[in-house]
Design a binder for this molecule. Structure first.
Ligand SMILES: Cc1cc2nc3c(=O)[nH]c(=O)nc-3n(C[C@H](O)[C@H](O)[C@H](O)COP(=O)(O)OP(=O)(O)OC[C@H]3O[C@@H](n4cnc5c(N)ncnc54)[C@H](O)[C@@H]3O)c2cc1C
Length: 381
């Protein structure tokens, strides 16, 4: 077992940390206030190769593997979980191309996605189907050389910034038959709808996508008809859950830094509050949660890089690290006392952002079902 980063990974971590502190940190307050997505930062990230790390070299990528994605998400989310979330969904949007697209589709779309010239997302959720995607009612009817899409997606990350969207739609009366389509911004009959007003992730758009007789050429079908849900669920189970765990790592690291700083600086009765065991216990809990979440997430990413089964490992990493982020953000707010709920301190932002990790890429209940089913199956062998 080797727990160390390669030299390349160390350099990546250092470079992303510098970028996050220089380019992202000065914009956090503005994002909190305006809730606007910083597209110029996304473009700069693309130019720095941040979206290319897990794309093969022949499509303009850097071929560094899944752990490189986690390193980037951790460092960016340490400064801004909102920018981390947008980034994780760019990776999610790239995943169906890597896993299931044809050679022509890869050549057409991956180079611009690698450079961040085009931004991506995946659209599965509808009002009638979140945890249970078989409730999807958006339909795609084949007419000549096109599919005609009608329906409405909700809660889609990067809804208004994404140029290339993998959309899952019903293509048959069979209740379990769905297909995945590449929809591009500007296609006739497609438009983003309303933007949600969320408690956290300010600076990362979550919104609706509307398809009204949207014309999608047949060559934009990914895989075969009927493969859609399998393609989307693989992307969500492996890349999406990996990404949410990566964002949680950044929040946990920020919790630890903020908690330690405040505990040392806040003087009461002539002593810093860090002398109190109650404060120390919270700091120890945050450290333990960060280190455990890191081990789970890095190992799952390592399995993915080795081409081994990793869906359950990512469900474990996603469940553990996102729940830990929620609990540790509360501990951080508690350490701050009354200052914890004041908007000028980061603690409250971490607390609000952490809760948004739970529903994204499947709620904790859904991760528990995945983990329990696998455990019960293994117990039968
Ligand atoms: C910030 C954010 C970003 C998102 N980004 C995207 C995106 O980019 N693309 C996309 O397609 N979707 C996205 N989503 C949607 C997300 O995947 C769904 O919100 C999530 O899957 C839950 O679905 P739901 O909101 O409909 O809740 P529901 O499915 O209605 O769940 C409600 C409650 O019931 C529980 N529940 C449901 N089924 C079961 C069960 N079988 N057993 C036990 N408990 C159950 C849930 O855990 C939850 O507590 C995003 C959501 C958020 C909040």
């Amino acid at each position: 077992m080797d727990f160390s980063f390669t030299q390349e990974q160390e350099l990546l971590q250092k470079g992303v940390r510098e970028f996050a502190e220089k380019v992202v940190a000065p914009r956090v307050q503005e994002m909190e206030e305006t809730k606007n997505a910083p597209v110029d930062i996304y473009k700069a990230m693309g130019q720095n190769g941040f979206f290319a790390v897990d794309i093969p070299k022949k499509y303009g990528g850097l071929e560094m593997g899944a752990l490189a994605r986690v390193i980037i998400l951790e460092e960016i989310s340490r400064v801004s979980a909102a920018v981390g979330m947008a980034t994780q969904v760019f990776y999610l949007g790239i995943a169906p191309f890597l896993e299931a697209a044809s050679e022509e589709q890869k050549q057409k779309y991956l180079p611009s996605l690698a450079k961040g010239e085009k931004l991506a997302t995946v659209a599965v959720t509808e009002a009638s189907g979140g945890s249970d995607p078989t409730g999807i009612v958006t339909e795609a009817k084949k007419e000549g050389d096109n599919y005609i899409l009608n329906g409405r997606k909700i809660f889609i990350t990067n809804s208004h910034e994404a140029d290339i969207i993998t959309v899952v739609a019903r293509t048959s009366q069979d209740p379990l038959q769905f297909s995945a389509f590449i929809v591009e911004k500007g296609m006739p009959g497609f438009k983003p709808g309303r933007k949600e007003n969320k408690m956290g992730f300010h600076g990362c758009t979550t919104g609706e996508l509307i398809f009204e007789n949207c014309i999608v050429p047949v060559e934009n079908l990914i895989g075969k008809e009927g493969d859609g849900l399998k393609i989307a669920l693989k992307a969500i189970s492996e890349t999406g859950r990996c990404g949410m765990a990566g964002v949680a790592l950044g929040i946990l690291e920020s919790c630890l830094e903020e908690a330690v700083k405040f505990a040392n600086e806040r003087i009461l009765g002539g002593k810093p509050i860090s002398v109190h065991q109650a404060i120390q216990a919270r700091i120890a809990d945050i450290r333990i949660a960060l280190e455990s979440s890191r081990l789970l997430t890095y190992r799952a990413a390592w399995l993915k890089e080795k081409g081994m089964r990793c869906d359950v490992e990512f469900a474990i990493a996603k469940y553990y690290s996102t729940e830990a982020a929620v609990q540790c953000a509360k501990k951080t707010v508690d350490i701050y006392g009354g200052y914890g709920v004041m908007m000028e301190f980061a603690a409250q932002r971490l607390y609000r952002d952490a809760q948004l990790l739970i529903p994204s890429a499947g709620t904790s209940d859904i991760q528990m079902i995945v983990i329990a089913r696998d455990s019960l199956k293994k117990g039968k062998k």
